[in-house]
Design a protein around this ligand. Structure first.
Ligand SMILES: C[C@@]1(CC(=O)O)c2cc3[nH]c(cc4nc(cc5[nH]c(cc(n2)[C@H]1CCC(=O)O)[C@@](C)(CC(=O)O)[C@@H]5CCC(=O)O)C(CC(=O)O)=C4CCC(=O)O)c(CCC(=O)O)c3CC(=O)O
Ligand SMILES: NC(=O)C1=CN([C@@H]2O[C@H](COP(=O)(O)OP(=O)(O)OC[C@H]3O[C@@H](n4cnc5c(N)ncnc54)[C@H](O)[C@@H]3O)[C@@H](O)[C@H]2O)C=CC1
Length: 280
């Protein structure tokens, strides 16, 4: 079977999401969306909302009220928070904020075709096939990107399992074949990638990258050289070697990169490094 899916990483603070349905599946989809993108702007349309989803949104809102609203750091976006879209002539049944600047607004009623107009991305997660099909027809007529949770063949995009480690974001899809495998593989990667060390490694690499001077090719060469050890450690198939001296792979790499970062002179830190072609 071929797998022509093309992954992309959306900025949900800049796009407006419409979720139709707020039961079990709506909760599952929104919990992962907000976990990964707590700055998302979401409108929900559903006659009723499940207690679990309400609880989740209440928790986000409570945090937003108790924590200082922190515009996210430079890589986490912040600053120009866009206003959440809403149906201006209707009173929402609920409205929640997140500490990261996200907004979720719920309208307690059935879906109407015009609802898709406020959205860039539309997710249909009701338990009624005919409603999901109506959402699909309306969204596609308006050329919105559409996910119909119970009908993969109608999806413009699939939601994936997501691993976040600081600036690193890994999205996993099985081309719709086994969401459970995607979930298990996420859990495997989460266990393999220690949060702090992975974040440190990437922060160190950014510092190193910011310090590089010279032309593009020279920068690529130096970055390839300093990250070479990451691959070198995985080349040995003996699992014991993936954790040299009791450290895990990423932890060891983070330490090595930290020392390179500190010792790297501004101009050419790795003279004599292999003159690799840029790896794209
Ligand atoms: C096509 C897709 C469309 C979409 O939803 O975007 C889709 C479709 C369907 N899922 C179904 C079932 C389940 N989905 C999950 C879980 C997840 N499903 C997710 C994504 C996707 N699910 C997209 C493809 C992703 C890919 O390419 O791999 C994840 C990754 C992301 C997310 O939901 O945010 C999230 C894991 C998040 C995590 O934990 O990390 C579980 C497991 C569980 O809940 O524990 C089950 C039950 C067990 C099972 O069936 O495997 C059914 C049958 C419904 C029925 O039988 O009635 C359909 C419809 C069909 O297949 O026809
Ligand atoms: N993609 C996935 O990951 C999965 C998909 N599914 C499929 O998703 C479907 C949804 O199931 P559940 O969430 O468990 O149902 P549910 O009964 O828990 O929730 C249904 C939701 O749809 C809303 N709804 C009903 N009519 C509506 C209308 N006219 N307009 C707007 N909202 C409306 C209800 O208010 C409720 O919020 C099922 O068909 C199931 O096969 C199930 C599991 C996983």
């Amino acid at each position: 079977m071929t797998n022509p899916l093309y992954p992309a990483f959306f900025r949900l603070d800049r796009l407006q999401l419409l979720v139709v349905g707020a039961g079990e599946v709506g909760e599952e989809k929104l919990s992962f969306i907000l976990k990964s993108s707590p700055n998302a702007r979401v409108v929900i349309v559903a006659p009723w909302m499940g207690e679990e989803l309400k609880g989740l949104l209440d928790n986000y809102d409570k945090q937003a009220r108790t924590q200082e609203q922190s515009p996210l750091d430079e890589a986490g976006f912040g600053g120009d928070v866009l206003t959440a879209a809403r149906f201006t002539h209707e009173a929402p049944a609920g409205e929640w904020r997140t500490a990261a600047g996200g907004t979720v607004i719920w309208y307690a009623r059935r879906f109407k075709a015009k609802d898709v107009e406020i959205a860039d991305l539309v997710i249909a997660a009701t338990d009624l096939k005919e409603v999901n099909l109506t959402v699909h027809a309306s969204a596609k007529a308006a050329r919105r990107l559409t996910n119909i949770a119970d009908t993969p063949s109608l999806c413009d995009f699939y939601l994936g399992s997501i691993v976040t480690r600081g600036p690193l974001k890994i999205a996993i899809s099985t081309n719709g074949q086994s969401p459970t495998f995607a979930k298990r593989f996420r859990q495997f990667l989460e266990a393999e990638l220690p949060d702090l060390e992975t974040s440190n490694l990437l922060d160190n690499l950014k510092t190193f990258r910011d310090r590089l001077t010279g032309d593009f090719r020279a920068k690529v060469r130096q970055l390839n050289a300093v990250t070479n050890s990451l691959l070198a450690s995985t080349e040995d198939s003996n699992p014991a070697c993936r954790c040299p001296e009791g450290e895990c792979l990423v932890e060891a790499a983070a330490n090595r990169t930290a020392s390179s970062t500190i010792s790297a002179p501004a101009a050419s830190p790795l003279e004599g490094a292999p003159d690799n072609e840029p790896e794209r």
